[in-house]
Design a protein around this ligand. Structure first.
Ligand code: SF4
Length: 476
């Protein structure tokens, strides 16, 4: 038996931890952290290590599958699948135009450049504009803040953790999430190193999260972050703690920000934020007085009612104190392959360059809020979505109005899912039959699956009304 060791890395999240894969006769046996990876240095989390189970999972879809007239799935060749999709897509475009075609992609496409690149070109060539992503449940407000601040939605500055003296963190729990928009596979070590060298890590969060427990916790009332940040800016400006030299050199319009912040002294906002005015004044003074400081926020900062404003104000806090593009502050990265630059130059990373057909909402980097998908499918008229491609996503579970979307997907003429698994979005009818066939008679867990899907089967039989939809579940 040939046993090989391969150096690789985990693609699940942006930490990209180094891994060693043990492969025996072409089959993955195990994954373990790579001690020689210069960034992760022998660290990986259980998710990455458990990927062996995904790779070898009998339930993984390994070939294209097309749903039959009776609702079951049948394995088909790639040629058959692609020809069928192309023929039906051609018919839909001929009858309704390219604007009837849409796509949704999930978070995994961020960790492989090809899908993001080509899916956009695919839709553009068809003349489609129905593009949705997990970004509207995650980071789109951050993109908008960057567009407004820096003129480039793709530019998200990251905190220089190894060299900062003061990390002000809002709406993030990196000891659990392993960090986002921060690019460090050993974030626990990075945070601990800040306090070990005499610095501070202040975690602003309504909940005493795992990260808050490990460092200084500043509880704040939910959805009051904008008031807290404006008050910090008010203190910094009013007490002449701003770095006006940096502001003059790096910005335009900062006097407007000072003027706006002047209306939010901590004494006026403490009832809303739940943060005592003197505590907030002290925090603002300490942040501005730290030799090197940085404000950082993630999903919690992005998803409140003022997510764009909060993202904007977080950066403003670093900028006003002279910590933009400075060691220990906020830095911009330079990609090895400048895909983001290419996207900016190609005009793909836009904000409010178009509005949604339903709701009149602005696009963010060529995507609309995913919560609109259901209504875009069921609302008649020019541009009604009739065909949809779902890549690496399960929006029925992850989009706010999942049950409505699940029903709406049944109205499509064509639904193509590119995924490792049969899931809530692509399964639609009679999944049980398909699963039994692929696992084989007598396979462990078969009766459990049959029970789990019996209810779904009954509902599916009631719903079955069309044989024109196609699910292609593609694993590689
Ligand atoms: S933190 Fe975990 S999931 Fe993320 S890249 Fe590392 S091993 Fe993978």
């Amino acid at each position: 038996m040939a046993v090989e060791q391969h150096v690789t890395y985990c693609r699940i999240c942006e930490a990209l931890c180094g891994m060693i894969a043990t492969v025996e006769d072409g089959r993955l046996q195990s994954l373990r952290p790579d001690p020689d990876n210069p960034l992760s240095r022998g660290r990986a989390c259980p998710k990455g290590i458990a990927f062996t189970d995904i790779q070898n999972d009998a339930d993984r879809v390994l070939a294209p599958m097309r749903r039959r007239a009776d609702g079951t799935f049948a394995e088909v060749s790639w040629d058959t699948a692609l020809d069928d999709i192309a023929a039906r897509l051609t018919g839909i475009v001929a009858e309704h135009g390219g604007s009837a075609v849409g796509q949704y992609f999930g978070n995994p496409i961020a960790f492989g450049y090809a899908t993001g690149l080509w899916s956009g070109i695919f839709l553009t060539r068809l003349g489609g504009h129905h593009q949705y992503s997990s970004g509207s449940q995650d980071i789109n407000s951050r993109f908008v803040a960057s567009k407004l601040l820096y003129g480039a939605a793709s530019q998200i500055p990251f905190p220089d953790l190894p060299r900062t003296d003061f990390l002000f963190m809002l709406g993030a729990n990196p000891l659990v999430s392993h960090g986002s928009a921060v690019r460090t596979p050993r974030i626990r070590d990075d945070l601990s190193a800040i306090t070990a060298r005499g610095g501070r890590v202040v975690v602003v969060d309504p909940r005493r999260t795992e990260t808050a427990r490990a460092y200084e916790h500043l509880p704040v009332r939910p959805d009051s972050d904008a008031w807290l940040l404006l008050s910090m800016l008010q203190v910094i400006f009013s007490e002449d703690l701003a770095d006006t030299a940096a502001l003059t050199e790096q910005t335009t319009g900062w006097q407007t920000l000072r003027h706006i912040a002047a209306g939010f002294p901590p004494e006026d906002t403490q009832t809303r934020t739940g943060v005592d005015a003197e505590v907030l004044r002290g925090l603002a003074r300490d942040f501005a007085g730290a030799p090197r400081a940085v404000a950082y926020g993630r999903t919690g900062a992005c998803l409140g009612r003022h997510g764009t404003l909060v993202s904007f104000l977080l950066d403003a806090l670093s900028i006003v104190t002279g910590n933009l593009d400075r060691i220990g502050g906020m830095l911009f990265s330079q990609a090895v392959i400048p895909l983001e630059d290419m996207g900016e130059k190609a005009g793909r990373l836009t904000y409010d360059s178009a509005r949604s057909r339903v709701g009149d909402l602005p696009e963010v980097i060529s995507t609309y809020p995913a919560a609109l998908m259901a209504e875009e499918i069921i609302t008649p008229g020019e541009g009604q979505m009739r065909a949809m491609f779902v890549t690496a996503g399960n929006p029925v579970l992850t989009v706010p109005n999942g049950p409505m979307l699940e029903k709406a997907l049944g109205e499509l003429d064509l639904l193509v899912s590119l995924d490792l698994y049969v899931n809530e979005t692509n399964r639609r009818q009679r999944q049980r039959v398909d699963v039994q066939r692929r696992r084989g008679p007598g396979a462990p867990g078969r009766h459990v699956r049959a029970q789990r899907h019996r209810g779904a089967d009954r509902a599916d039989r009631r719903q079955r009304r069309s044989v024109r939809r196609c699910h292609v579940l593609i694993s590689r």
